[in-house]
Design a protein around this ligand. Structure first.
Ligand code: BG6
Length: 510
């Protein structure tokens, strides 16, 4: 089936239990708080348009924007959809979607605005047949969550029974800033919504390649037998970005790389790489296995030698001269916030005992790339001369999350000729070459799952808590040491290379 299919047809002949057909949610509304903000414009509105264009939204689907400035929300949304859409632009799809676009202007303190929002949802039951079904997307700074949740409680907007349909809430990461604050946030959200109706977004879980990791491991025979410490030497998980912090200083300077992405995206990738096979592919079974891994993670005894944080200085990145972190707009000259973090984690299970998991992330690194590299041990015996194997490296399985989504297998091969010279070669699987269908954007998949009520790709509160238990002691240690500096456009501070060198290893050059 093409991803580009227009319209919102529901085929009355389709069998709703046929899992090969994409499911379409029941009629419902999506309320976006922070509707004119960056996340909404860059990700959410384009995702809604793409879903409509693929025929995956129900008839009468409603989008309600809630924000301070009125502007002309329909125009803002149209421009955002046109700029960010992945699928072909079709005016007729937009027009049908725009019929269901509403806007409520107000601040989060404004009772009247929330009353109006509640009344709008009630009115839409009649006019659009949404039957009380609504999801609320908090695309707003975490400090404002309590205000909005209180308003929803006051107006009974979060109450499934009062609404006569389902009510769900979507919360963006990071969830809190440490374990106590994330637990307080969870209590607050769970007081207002039923826990099963809370969807915590980690958009990395919506990426096709990340889901493919499970297919790769559990649908095939030959990876799983070597997926353990007997054969695996180490695992490197890299999430590198060439961009700086852009206009996000207000958020980023208070957050830093560890809280922004290590606590969530990278630990989720680690959990999926290391987990055991789930008994089935439902939310509960996958969560159970991920949680076991997250709880088995141990920091090295001495973080001073196995954890490095860094901050970028001015330099050249992606062909441009760029500012250092201290010179970015909105960043204090003496800020010690890290823009780079690297750490060695151990997973204390029988499968992974003794296998270091090296995680690193940073801004203003040479290029944008996210990958999981599984590096294998050397063959126990090489029946070749040393000179024949000089160019032989470690066997590697590299899952490229982005860009150039795919998988590379690196192994030794004989160089043609009369010598028995063995050198590394690569075998590549590229999504773009093997499938004609383009991968949906992560937000497309996740917004659809929220509307369908499928929480498989959303981290549970317990996973979030287990992740903070890993990150909090690291933050505690890092708060005592200034970040090491690195020049923009380099692969992080020298200390990160030193961290691997002491174990006789080097970082992969992705
Ligand atoms: C977000 C972080 O979660 O992920 C950003 O807050 C980061 O700092 C972004 O830039 C990267 O996402 P992606 O999908 O472009 O890798």
């Amino acid at each position: 089936m093409s991803t580009d299919k227009p319209g919102q047809q529901i085929n009355p002949l389709r069998d709703p239990d046929d899992r090969r057909l994409p499911r379409v949610p029941e009629p419902c509304a999506l309320v976006i708080f922070g509707a004119t903000g960056d996340l909404s414009r860059r990700k959410l509105i384009p995702a809604i348009y793409d879903l409509a264009n693929r025929g995956l939204l129900p008839p009468g689907f409603v989008t309600i924007g809630f924000a301070r400035d009125r502007g002309n929300f329909v125009d803002i949304a149209k421009q955002a959809a046109q700029e960010g859409a992945r699928t072909t632009w079709r005016e007729e799809v937009w027009e049908r979607l725009a019929e269901g676009v509403h806007f409520v202007a107000g601040t989060f303190e404004d009772d009247a605005a929330f009353d109006e929002l509640a009344a709008t949802l009630t009115r839409l039951n009649e006019s659009h047949g949404i039957a009380g079904n609504a999801a609320f997307y908090l695309a707003i700074p975490p400090v404002t969550f309590p205000l909005v949740l209180k308003q929803m409680e006051r107006t009974k907007m979060a109450d499934n029974e009062a609404a006569g349909g389902w009510r769900r809430v979507v919360v963006e990461k990071p969830f809190g800033t440490d374990l106590p604050s994330s637990q307080a946030l969870n209590t607050l959200v769970d007081d207002v919504f039923t826990p099963n109706d809370v969807f915590r977004i980690d958009h990395y879980l919506g990426k096709e390649t990340v889901q493919n990791l499970l297919a790769l491991r559990f649908a095939n025979t030959f990876f799983e037998p070597v997926w353990n410490g007997l054969y695996v030497d180490s695992v490197q998980i890299t999430m590198a970005e060439d961009v700086g912090i852009g206009t996000r200083a207000g958020f980023y300077d208070k957050t830093g790389a560890a809280r922004d992405v290590l606590q969530n995206h990278l630990l989720q990738l680690l959990a999926l790489t290391a987990m055991e096979e789930p008994v089935s592919f439902d939310a509960e079974s996958i969560r159970t296995e991920k949680l076991k891994v997250l709880r088995a993670i141990a920091l090295p005894e001495n973080p001073a030698t196995h954890a490095v944080r860094g901050q970028y200085q001015q330099g050249w990145c992606a062909g441009e001269r760029v500012l250092g972190y201290h010179d970015e707009q909105g960043v204090a000259k003496d800020s010690t916030t890290e823009t780079y973090a690297a750490v060695q984690l151990n997973v204390e299970t029988r499968r992974w005992a003794g296998v270091p998991f090296y995680l690193r992330t940073g801004k203003r690194l040479p290029r944008r790339v996210t990958e999981i590299a599984v590096l294998f041990r050397e063959a126990p015996h090489l029946p070749f001369s040393n000179t024949d194997t000089e160019q032989l490296g470690q066997n590697q399985l590299v899952i490229r999350v982005q860009p150039d989504e795919g998988i590379t297998l690196k192994f030794g091969s004989k160089v043609p000729g009369s010598q028995m010279e063995v050198r590394d070669v690569a075998m590549d699987f590229l999504y773009g070459e093997s499938f004609t269908e383009k991968s949906p954007e992560a937000y497309e998949r996740l917004v659809l799952d929220v509307l369908l009520g499928d929480s498989t790709l959303f981290p549970h509160a317990e996973e979030v808590a287990a992740s903070w238990r890993v990150i909090d002691p690291l933050q505690e240690f890092w708060s005592q040491v200034p970040p090491a500096l690195y020049r923009a456009g380099e692969w992080g501070p020298a200390a990160a290379d030193g961290m691997l060198a002491q174990d006789g290893r080097t970082w992969r050059r992705p």
